[in-house]
Write a protein that binds this ligand. Structure first.
Ligand SMILES: *[C@@H]1O[C@H](CO)[C@@H](O)[C@H](O)[C@H]1NC(C)=O
Ligand SMILES: *[C@@H]1O[C@H](CO)[C@@H](O)[C@H](O)[C@H]1NC(C)=O
Ligand SMILES: *[C@@H]1O[C@H](CO)[C@@H](O)[C@H](O)[C@H]1NC(C)=O
Length: 622
């Protein structure tokens, strides 16, 4: 799955190093000189019998080594004819304004993909393209802050055609043009009632709850919303303290994921035409599809099996479609002993149809792992090897997760905000370790938050922990933690009452903590950072990465491409906070200046070799 660009680039990189072998020699000499200097110039400092002094030398050695690496990289840039601090990348042409890599249907068709698979994510077909910065459209305006930005967006910020706009009449999709440059979405406090609240109440009633505010208590904390229209159902779920994650196929115009993100709602580009979603099995409490365009009867039930895979035991599948008519309903045909393909299939995989009302059907996945074996002509269980974190595996015709330690019915979960030590144990995590991590993140967030101000780039920058003036709680809304570990940064933002949601990314090859993140009710996804992230340009207010650069240094991807990708997905005036060791941060600073970010290195001055790099992307209008 490794993309071909990384291979090509590493070849190129290798070539450059060969060309610069003499520089390498030069640097080696420099390293030796700097290392020997403390020994030769002040011999009395070096006493092998004196422990502390030896320790100092070792620390010095490490610092110098890192400095030498940095110098080497600077030298390489100098050699290529310009100062690294000044060599900025050009802006892309206007045709790239809405560029999303890995979704090129015409290239996929040329490569022989068909039957809808041409709309799949294919990063391996990515061409070696010119490096340039994706610029915002001419009309682009900084989005309104949460929660105002949930209901009103700038029409110049999203790509949508008049036709798509006019056909937006359906329940979950209604919107209207306010002023000529604003689009308003109706919530139920608006003048026109859009029915989302009624719809949500109906769903609650159908699963036997008194009101939709009971969703969290009934175990529904996370909802995977396939094809989320313009995000109105998700916006309502957020108000009920349920985490909705919208996935929608890549769309050239009127992208549903783009609209949801523009409104500050969790979303990413995703589909499962031929490959599994990048989530582990048993991840969501509810999967929702309202006119989501999937032919559930198709492909021998493979799409339903994928929904079953990501659903937790006892979780719900909600299907709303105008094809489901009361008179020709599935229930009616069932009475006549004529099962439709979908109804027949859901029985094989131990789902039970809870209810049908109007155009909506709700099934519940079994909470009993033994059920599958008892079904005649059922679907076989997957081999245990499938329980590894799937990264766009091909769809598989088998039932996943039934042997997992994580097979816990949603009704049996503790309802507390925090996971219990038993729940942590299921993930192989010690509770002391987990709580220490979360305490660390609470104090780290206090420091980060005080730094999110342009003042930090002034001549007398703020220091971590400076209180005055503290940025407002709704400074950022869409946040991505590029190396989320246990999700501690997300938890700290919630605890600090910031109005942010976090896309918690667990990098391929890092510790497998995604299930733990999702089980806390957070949004999360597995991702290989050597590839572009499946989202539209300008969709995040803040990118955060702790230790990601040093993690990636062992992989074969090019840092510059990572920074370009970060720049693509970051909104103008958005923030980047990187923490890592000195060497990685120095390198990152060079790249940050190439993508034209304002950047400042912060030394916590606590004797560690950790540094922070705080950056802000400028709003380039030209
Ligand atoms: C998509 O692929 C085609 C064929 O390879 C190419 O001509 C076109 O420029 C590509 N489009 C984008 C946006 O990269
Ligand atoms: C879940 O809870 C029910 C009662 O609410 C109980 O009967 C059942 O044994 C529990 N299941 C598990 C797997 O803990
Ligand atoms: C120093 O601060 C950094 C960043 O805040 C932190 O990651 C590190 O653990 C601290 N080190 C020590 C020794 O306190």
């Amino acid at each position: 799955m490794r993309s071909s660009w990384s291979k090509k680039l590493s070849l190129l990189f290798g070539y450059k190093i060969r060309r610069n072998w003499f520089l390498l020699c030069l640097v080696s000499v420099l390293v030796l000189v700097t290392l020997l200097r403390p020994l030769s110039t002040s011999p009395r400092d070096f006493d092998p019998l004196a422990g502390p002094r030896l320790h100092d030398v070792v620390v010095n050695y490490r610092k110098l080594k890192e400095q030498a690496v940095v110098d080497y990289f600077d030298l390489r840039y100098l050699h290529s004819g310009s100062n690294p601090r000044q060599k900025e990348l050009p802006l892309c042409g206007r045709e790239r304004e809405n560029y999303v890599p890995c979704y090129n249907a015409s290239a996929n068709l040329l490569a022989g993909l068909k039957d809808g698979e041409e709309f799949d994510r294919r990063c391996e077909l990515l061409r070696d393209e010119e490096r340039c910065l994706v610029r915002p459209p001419k009309e682009y305006k900084i989005p309104l802050r949460w929660p105002a930005g949930r209901d009103v967006i700038w029409s110049g910020n999203v790509k949508i055609t008049k036709d798509q706009f006019l056909s937006s009449g359906s329940m979950t999709k209604r919107m209207m043009l306010l002023e000529e440059n604003q689009i308003a979405f109706h919530n139920d406090d608006g003048l026109i009632f859009d029915g989302v609240k009624d719809y949500s109440r109906q769903l609650a009633e159908m699963i036997g709850l008194g009101s939709d505010s009971d969703f969290p208590r009934a175990g529904v904390q996370t909802v995977l919303d396939i094809g989320c229209g313009f995000g109105s159902f998700g916006a309502h779920l957020v108000s009920l303290k349920v985490m909705p994650v919208c996935i929608a196929a890549y769309e050239l115009t009127g992208g549903q994921a783009q609209l949801a993100l523009e409104r500050g709602l969790p979303a990413m580009i995703g589909n499962f035409i031929s490959r599994q979603l990048p989530y582990p099995s048993l991840s969501f409490d509810m999967v929702h599809c309202a006119q989501c365009g999937i032919d559930w009867d198709g492909k021998d039930g493979m799409f339903i099996i994928e929904v079953d895979r990501v659903l937790k035991p006892g979780g719900y599948f909600v299907l709303t479609s105008p094809m489901i008519k009361p008179e020709g309903s599935l229930l009616a045909t069932k009475k006549g002993n004529m099962l439709t393909p979908i109804e027949d299939f859901t029985q094989k995989i131990c789902w039970s149809l809870l209810d049908q009302q109007d155009e909506t059907l709700i099934w519940q996945k079994t909470a009993d792992a033994q059920c599958y074996a008892a079904r005649k002509k059922g679907v076989p269980l997957c081999p245990d090897a499938h329980e590894n974190q799937p990264y766009y595996f091909p769809l598989a015709k088998c039932i996943a997760g039934s042997n997992s330690k994580r097979w816990i019915p949603i009704h049996n979960r503790s309802n507390g905000v925090r996971l219990t030590s038993e729940e942590l144990e299921v993930h192989g995590v010690q509770s002391e370790d987990f709580y220490e991590d979360s305490e660390n993140w609470k104090s780290a967030l206090r420091n980060y938050w005080s730094l999110l101000t342009p003042l930090i780039f002034s001549d007398h920058p703020k220091r971590p922990g400076d209180e005055d003036p503290l940025p407002p709680y709704n400074m950022v809304r869409n946040v991505m933690d590029m190396n989320a570990h246990y999700g501690g940064f997300n938890a700290a933002l919630l605890e600090g009452k910031k109005s942010a949601w976090v896309m918690n990314v667990v990098p391929v090859g890092a510790r497998k903590t995604l299930a733990l993140i999702l089980d806390q009710g957070f949004a999360g996804v597995l991702h290989d950072w050597c590839e572009p992230f499946p989202t539209y340009p300008r969709t995040y207010d803040m990118l955060h990465a702790n230790g990601l650069l040093s993690h990636l240094s062992s992989q074969k991807c090019r840092m510059m491409d990572l920074f370009l990708e970060m720049d693509r997905i970051l909104r103008p005036e958005g923030w980047v906070v990187l923490s890592d060791n000195v060497g990685a941060i120095e390198m990152a600073r060079t790249h940050a200046s190439q993508v034209r970010w304002e950047a400042r290195v912060i030394d916590p001055q606590n004797g560690s070799d950790q540094r922070l790099l705080v950056c802000q992307k400028p709003f380039l209008r030209k």
